[in-house]
Ligand binder design. Structure first.
Ligand SMILES: NC(=O)c1ccc[n+]([C@@H]2O[C@H](COP(=O)([O-])OP(=O)(O)OC[C@H]3O[C@@H](n4cnc5c(N)ncnc54)[C@H](O)[C@@H]3O)[C@@H](O)[C@H]2O)c1
Length: 306
């Protein structure tokens, strides 16, 4: 199988590449820099909004596309034009061009729980309406619609997966508003104090990066008959309190949980730490999963840090 991965050099993209390579699948990897593309068979360095770059991505005639490249949430609010250019226009262009190059190809779009907006309702399930407030979530919701439309028209065989918070990303600046969740892992692993910008009682939906990559790769060959007409699935995730997360990371890193001090930022608390109970039967029926339990999630996230 030949798979094109946009944003392949990023946090999730590198885990996806590892999984695809372990199956012997041919990878065309696109990113802004070559550094993270070492596992790709074909490396395309450039920006998604350049038509020649998209053409180069599709030149290897992929059987499927995993579209991860994005302007993240924090960066999108700071630069709305860039969010429109990459998260909306170039993503739509990629859909059109992929459908033309290989009609009916499987197109997996990395959407986000940001499509639900804030505040979230008391429970989120497969019937929860989308009500994004951030541009990032709004543009994700618009591309979900395009994936759904193009699939109904038979132009692609598409699927949008709404990812929860993925841990633990590299310590470098990411432009992601949720990066504090990963920074917590880095601090405790290094035995360093950490000021947590959300409360201990806060609740978050999480997946390890290995679990997220497994779900994205599962999306390449899951049965379209089992997918909803929206072609969008909210992925299963573990819902944990920040207190329990801190306790588990501290225990697995053999450090004291008291290294963490809480100084909640109201905006981060509202946006990232008030996540209600989550029910995802459609994704579970289609074979997608979470990490199982908190101990397994933390172990996988720490293992991913190398
Ligand atoms: N990490 C999370 O917690 C999370 C949560 C929900 C959704 N997602 C989604 O999953 C996907 C992957 O997330 P991630 O954490 O790996 O992000 P990331 O920022 O680590 O990786 C994205 C990659 O895309 C590349 N990229 C950005 N703009 C580009 C452009 N114009 N042209 C080509 N490449 C470009 C970046 O260089 C980067 O390597 C994204 O679409 C993101 O919205 C992630």
């Amino acid at each position: 199988m030949r798979v094109a991965v946009t944003g392949a050099g990023g946090f999730v993209g590198q885990a996806v590449q590892r999984l695809l390579a372990s199956r012997g699948w041919e990878i065309t990897g696109l990113d802004l820099a070559e550094a993270g593309l070492s596992l790709a068979t074909h490396r395309v360095v450039g920006s998604l909004d350049d038509p020649d770059v998209r053409c180069a991505v599709l030149a290897a005639r992929p059987d499927a596309v995993i579209h991860l490249a994005t302007v993240p949430g924090g960066a999108a609010e700071l630069d709305p034009a860039a969010s429109r250019r990459i998260n909306l226009d170039a993503s739509y262009d990629l859909l059109v061009e992929a459908a033309a190059a290989r009609p009916g190809l499987r197109f997996v779009f990395a959407s986000s729980i940001a499509v639900f907006g804030e505040p979230m309702p008391a429970v989120v399930d497969d019937a929860t309406p989308l009500a994004p407030r951030l541009l990032y979530g709004g543009h994700k919701a618009m591309i979900e619609q395009a994936v759904s439309l193009f699939s109904r028209r038979g132009q692609i065989d598409g699927l949008s997966l709404r990812l929860p918070g993925i841990v633990a990303r590299p310590a470098s600046p990411s432009g992601m508003k949720s990066a504090f969740l990963s920074n917590l892992f880095h601090a405790l692993r290094g035995g360093q104090p950490f000021v947590c910008p959300v409360s201990a009682e806060g609740t978050v939906w999480l997946q390890s990066v290995a679990c997220a990559a497994a779900n994205l790769v599962h999306a390449l060959d899951c049965d379209p008959a089992g997918l909803p007409v929206s072609r969008a699935l909210t992925l299963p995730a573990l819902r944990v309190t920040v207190h329990d997360l801190v306790a588990e990371v501290a225990q697995q890193c053999a450090v004291a949980p008291e290294l963490v001090r809480y100084a909640p930022d109201p905006a981060l608390e509202a946006g990232f730490a008030t996540q209600p109970p989550l029910s995802t039967p459609a994704a579970r029926r289609a074979g997608f999963g979470d990490d199982g339990d908190l101990s397994a999630l933390v172990a996988a996230a720490l293992a991913g840090l190398g």
